[in-house]
Design a binder for this molecule. Sequence first.
Ligand SMILES: [Fe+2]
Ligand SMILES: [Fe+2]
Length: 165
Amino acid sequence: MYTLPAGYPNDAFAAFDFLKTKKTLANEDFIVLALVESIGELFYEILAKGIDNAEARSLLTHNAAEERGHAHRMLKALRLRGAEPFELPPVAENPFFAMAPTEVPASDELFGLLEAGEVEGDLQYHRWAEGEPNAEVAQLLRLNGVEETRHCERVQQVKALLSAA
Ligand SMILES: [Fe+2]
Ligand SMILES: [Fe+2]
């Protein structure tokens, strides 16, 4: 199993908070970010599983798939930087897996946290893009950012679907 760089908490949300303290991402931070995004995929999948409404479930599964895409984009960024390639491990071998939730019950509180988290994620990706010297890598960071706002929009749609049910 990949060992997190020194200083990183082994909870994905706390690790993302730690990444936010960095103006510029080092190569190892891109690996951590990919692993955090991979847990994001798992999180949305677990949330989707507990929801009966098919349309809401498909919106959340779409978010899950894009979080996986975000992980792969960060590994592509690593390659563009000329770093040693890194392969995304199966989720059970992700160093954040042990602290990841096994159940994610839907609630308005959770949806509110997700909306805020996704919007903040967008802003944060754009901040990292500002600090990134490689233009192609900066563009990949921005692409992830823009999609985080779309995730927020899908969560809002899910909330509306469930409250209309
Ligand atoms: Fe993401
Ligand atoms: Fe997201």
